[in-house]
Structure formats: C-alpha cells, structure tokens
Unconditional design. Structure first.
Length: 253
C-alpha cells in the first residue's frame, strides 16, 4: 500500500511539471501571436514598395529575358531543322568536273554512274539534285553536295562508300555525311584524338621492340661468351692430360 502511494505521488509530481512546462509554452505562443499583426503589416508594406518601385524597369527586364529566351529557342529550332535536313544528304569528294560546263545535270549523271558501277543499288535523288560547293579556284574538283530522298538512302550509301577503295580509278573519291560546322569540328577533334592515341601506341610498341632487341642481344652475347669460355676450359683440360709431367732424367753409364 505504501509503495502504491509513493508511485502515485511521483506520477502527480511529473504531471505538475508537465503542466507547468505547457503553461510556459502557451505564454510564449501568446507573445509571438501578439507580434504577428505588426510583422504582417511590415511585410505587406514592403511588398507594396517592391511592387510599386520602378515598374517600368521591371517590365523591361522581363521583356528582355523573354526576348532572349525566344531568340535562343529560335536558334535551337533552326539548328535542329538544319541537322535533320542534312541527314538526307551526302558530300562527295573527288568526282571530276566536266570542263567549263558546270551544269548540275552532268554532276548527277556522273554520280549515278558511279553508284551503278560500284554499288549494289542506285540511290534516288531529290528534286534538289546535286550542286558544287564553293567557287572553282584551280584544277582540283570541288565537293559535290548530293540531295537524296530519304535518310535511309544516305545511310545505305555511306555503308557502301568503302567499296570505292577497291578500284584504282575510284580510290580518290570519298563519300561523307553532310555535317554542320559544329558537327564537322567535333568529328575533326575526335579524329585527332584517335590519331594521337594510335601514335602513342605505336611509339610504345617501338620502345618495347627496341628494349626487347637489346635484351635479346645481351642474352645472345652472354651465351656466346659462356660458350667460348667453356671451349677454352675444355681445351686447357685436354692439354693438361696429354702433356707428361716434368721429372728427373736418368742417364745410362
């Protein structure tokens, strides 16, 4: 019975402490609530000041940002559209130009004849046909831009372009994709990196070959020297056995 009373007293004391702490917290909340209207008024006044201060400059800044975003969006759209159109084209290097006659029909005939003679299919040209790129400055033929009817035609043509290396007559003709200046720059950097990596591998192979040759030469020299030493020791041993030992000589009287 005494234990139960003690436990009850302890529980009542804990409850009293909790109630006291709760009262303190309620007082703090009430004090903060009294300051909220003033804080709300301050925030409202600051918002009014910000909204009413220099509206023209704010509107101009927003208009400039919208115009910049629109300009970027237009440039991105143009770039994507250009890339999509170029996927249906190929650029041919090395097809001779027909003298002074720069008619695109002659270029189309030359290109289609090249395809008939060396490829397994004859691509279909679009209504834009073919045209030379740049101005003619010397005897070297200009690049020929070929417009095809589909992206798949261009892909198939690029796959079979390596067949031109099989004939001496067409070994100097190359067919490449029609790339934007940015794509061409990226492809050039990739080729340079591959060349650098191949050169490093080649240099490493040369160094390893020289090291292996030196090691082999040293090993061969050691083996030959060991063989010579062995032969010399064997000859000395034979000579020592064949020569009688020196001793006193007796003369007959």
């Amino acid at each position: 019975m005494q234990c139960a009373q003690t436990k009850t007293t302890e529980d009542l004391a804990s409850i009293c402490d909790a109630v006291t702490n709760l009262q303190y917290e309620v007082l703090e909340v009430q004090q903060k609530c009294r300051t909220w209207p003033a804080l709300s008024d301050q925030l409202d006044s600051r918002a009014d000041v910000m909204m009413n201060s220099k509206p023209a400059e704010h509107d101009n800044a927003v208009a400039d940002k919208v115009q910049h975003v629109s300009s970027v969006a237009i440039q991105v759209h143009r770039a994507l559209s250009d890339m999509s159109k170029r996927k249906c084209n190929v650029v041919v290097n090395g097809i001779p130009e027909c003298g002074e006659d720069v008619s695109s029909n002659n270029d189309e005939v030359s290109f289609l004849k090249l395809c008939e003679e060396h490829f397994s299919f004859k691509p279909t040209l679009s209504r834009l046909g073919c045209r030379r790129l740049g101005k003619r400055a010397n005897e070297r033929p200009r690049k020929l831009l070929v417009h095809l009817t589909s992206e798949q035609n261009a892909k198939d043509l690029l796959k079979e372009a390596s067949k031109l290396r099989l004939s001496p007559e067409t070994a100097g003709i190359y067919i490449n994709p029609d790339q934007t200046p940015a794509e061409a720059a990226i492809a050039y950097q990739a080729r340079e990196q591959r060349r650098s990596a191949q050169q490093r591998v080649s240099d490493l192979q040369v160094v390893n070959s020289i090291s292996t040759t030196d090691t082999t030469a040293q090993s061969t020299g050691c083996i030959q020297q060991s063989s010579v030493d062995h032969d010399r020791d064997s000859q000395r041993a034979k000579d020592s056995h064949s020569t009688p030992p020196a001793g006193p000589s007796f003369l007959s009287v």
